[in-house]
Design a protein around this ligand. Sequence first.
Ligand code: MLT
Length: 275
Amino acid sequence: MELHLRSRGSGENGTLLFLHGFPFDGSVWDPQMAALPDGWQGLAPDLRGFGRSPLGAAELPSGRRLGAGVALADEAVLTMDALADDAAQLLEDHAAGPAVVCGLSMGGYVAFALRRRRPALVRGLILMDTQPGPDGDEARENRRRTAASARESGPAPVAMAMLPSLLSRGTRERSPEVAETVRRMMEATAPRTLIAALAGMAARADSTGDLPAIDVPTLIIVGAHDTITPPDQARAMADGIPGARLEVVADAAHLPGLEAPAVVNGLIADFLATL
Ligand code: MLT
């Protein structure tokens, strides 16, 4: 699968692979790509189906096999494993060695899958506003409802429903252009990608049991006002990963990289300097 890729930097010090969340694209990392520390290569793909990357539905399982009640029988399911395999291929094609993998929310689910499937490709983790656990019944029911709404009415109502919980009130007041960028990105996502990814997230594996075995340096970042993957969850995840460092970003919610870019860029630079 040929993914649309933003690539920057020389990479003598290593590669930083950025994995975006749902339903965004690689441009969500523009502020981080613009501030890469010297010597680092940044790779920020549009994951399969998002932004300018094709979904390639023919290669994916169908809702008949793995829908978790979210995708219909003839719809594709975008598993976290498929996204992880794409990321592995991308690293093999574009990176000189193992990478630091920075995953935001759904991108974090993909980072867990990548480490499980191809540990030799991962030399460090930055887990941003994400969680290791699987969906509970209520989350699956919400995904079913969201998929039905995308099927019937397209991405706009999905974007409108998600927007209030993505950004802190401070961000919305201070930086309305950030809300606009995020809304536009979400509305550009094809309904079949929305449905496929919702089904894939609903069917994702429980990564909680993997945490104690994570033996690469790990930085966990979470917005203080994140209600989707709240700070308490991030704290529990940090407690589960040996040596993990937790940073809570004030006045940010689910997208601290866009809401407080200078703070997040500083945290990433400090972390990379320790490697
Ligand atoms: C994301 O930002 O990727 C989503 O909130 C993840 C999810 O829906 O579980």
